[in-house]
Design a binder for this molecule. Sequence first.
Ligand SMILES: Cc1ncc(COP(=O)(O)O)c(C=O)c1O
Length: 451
Amino acid sequence: MTSPDAPTSHVFSRKLTRTSPRIVRGEGCWLYAADGRAYLDGVGGAFVVNVGHGVREIADAIGRQAARLAYVNGTAFTSDPVEELAEEIARRSPGDLELVYPLSSGSEAVEAALKLARQYCVESGQPARRKVVTLSPGYHGNTLLALSASARAHYTTFFRDWLVPVVRVPAPYAYRCECRGVAPLCPSCSGAALEAAIEREGPDTIAAVIAEPVGGSSTGASVPAPSYWPRVRAACDRYGILLVADEVLTGAGRTGTWSALEPYGVGPDIMTLGKGIAGGYVPLSAVVAPRRITDVLARGSGALLHAQTFSHHATLCAAGVATLRYLRTHSLIERCAAMGPVFHERLAALRELPCVGDVRGRGLLAGVEFVADPASRAPFPRSARFAESFAAAALEAGLLVWPNVGQADGTHGDLAMLAPPFIVSPEEIDLIVERFGQALRATVDRIGAIA
Ligand SMILES: Cc1ncc(COP(=O)(O)O)c(C=O)c1O
């Protein structure tokens, strides 16, 4: 029974204290609400929408597959879309990464990748390798193993007792490092801190290092120095540790190359993908691994012990195939690479605005860090809820951004991320910058008013 004044929606919303605009249609970089308002999608929903909203041929491919064969269980069968998706991803993957395990969410892919690393260690006769090394700040998902690997204190509030210990190493986060990314690099930015942690923990006890090759929402698109990943790769090789590149956010071209690790000239042992591989048309993620790892499982237990009902899903994989082919036939990753410099050049204007400490990123991925004092880089007090206020003001101005908090010290720090679809035009980039500025001025006025 509902009381007369009870809310009418039965959705258990992500935000329980407010209602959200109801979006009824998407086209290109734009979202249209039931009340007639239009929003410029400056962040592809959540770094997901790369080919743009409303691509008919992807929708048709999903419909065709669902009508022909929606689902078979991956334990008993394979199907055309599963085979084709694996081929599409394998052909783009670095080094010897050629086997693809499709799942649904990024968190699932991270869980599966870490289990794969551990299972490989045990089945290859290295059972003492049980530790996982991660970067802090960093984010790998919200299921319990992925959350354990994430350095995102506020998400763990009620679940700390359920998390597994991991080894945390300061991320190469130039804006908040001693060296600010300028040589001579500090231990965090050079990779020395990660190497030292491996040596301190005992290299033979470590199964894997998992990291985002270019920072996602935790370090706001921080791009490590060119020497960082080669040094980490060399340390992993020296000690027989698996390097897991979490490319859930950065993969599928978001930074202008298929994977964000590519420009560093090194490859991982295991890669996770998600978000952009199906462009938001369905939830799809993947673990990509080499035969040298899967062969060990094949000779041992015979399977990755991570069976899930909806892995290897025919319709989801068909959406992935259609998205990856669309990216290829329309040269959209090349377009992302070409638009990246335009995007960052125009975003540079934001540096002149009040409370902007840094603007950074690569390709069509950018982070804008807000600070109370740009000279000292002092963050706002958490109670000001700057990032949240800014995101609300941006929505009011008709721009969707992704806010994030806590990156300065685990509690304080405010970021807004941008990651528009790869089809974004220069005019739409100008509009993003204009609306961003408008929202920032409104936020500063509001924070000023309550200070
Ligand atoms: C780098 C990274 N890994 C994993 C995840 C988790 O993905 P999902 O939210 O699809 O579970 C995210 C999500 O933002 C991410 O950015």
